[in-house]
Design a binder for this molecule. Sequence first.
Ligand code: FES
Length: 374
Amino acid sequence: MKPSTPIPLWLLAEVTYACPLQCAYCSNPVDYPRYSKNELSTAEWVDVFTQGRALGALQLGLSGGEPLVRPDLEELIAEARGMGYYTNLITSTVGMDESRLKRLRAAGIDHIQVSFQGANAVANDRFAGTESFEHKIAMARAIKESGLPMVLNFVLHRENIDQLPAMLSLANELEADFVELANCQYYGWAWQNRSALMPTQQQLTWAENYTNDFRDRLQRKMDVFFVVPDYFNNTPKPCSNGWGTTFISVTPDGTVLPCHGAVVLPEAEFPSIRRNDLKDIWHQSSLFNRYRGDDWMKQPCAGCDSKGEDYGGCRCQAYLFTGDAANTDPVCYQSPQRGMVDAAIAEGGDNTAWQYRNPKNSRGLIQPIIASTT
Ligand code: FES
């Protein structure tokens, strides 16, 4: 069954893949440098935002890479705000200072998410591959002082998950409104570095229990989200709230995707804002229609009672593991390929060296590795 008239409420603008950090779990494509040659101009982004609003989009995420690398970020925010978007900046804060924060505020930014890689300078700077911790602390304080809502985001993996108590204390001390403890999801660079990043079941259970206790003890208002890595679940996540229902992601060169991971799929040609209207891409393109609704599903998804809740899971993950995006997400206990996920979990810890996300390492990783667990 196809959904009647989906509206893309969320528009994610990956305005650049340039970034001063080098996180080994970055979700950007491993061949990200090729997008830098051909970034959309200010006018092209404004056109994307205009077309997104016309389609019904309300939330605009400005991410990257590091969106602060774009000198026109304030202009983009002002334009988007003027169209009525709720604007979120997803940033490491590297590239921000107090005067730039004032300009972002004046442009109308509604909300800022600050990413940390660890709970102290040693851990943060090691995982980021770049000295940045003290700067982030100063900017987080400045953001709070400016009165903007602030989310702190910690991506958890095997090497930093034991810092969880210190991360929560830091978020509390910085008076974050929300803290997101997002266990690593394995796309992009994280897929390449998976065995080095994979936590143990014991670490996860401890971290989730600690987070629940912390929530109970917390005196002030701070929402704490603990995002479990789906490999450790038996049923798949409803990725992107269902393909082509809610999200549009636009890459720095104007490629238009139903989710930020879809760039790994073997498309002869991805839709681009430089060739087509967003409306045509959303309603007519084969990429956006391919996994809408449930007509495309094979067994066991087709006959599953949960298909209206999990939509068969993640198409990109199904492709990365099995080479066919129409297969059931192998996270599902009913998938004949569930053993691949179990093997990936078991493989965690074998390898403790990761590759930082940088152009030098990118050169050797142009093709996604399919089913590296087979
Ligand atoms: Fe693409 Fe899940 S990341 S569908």
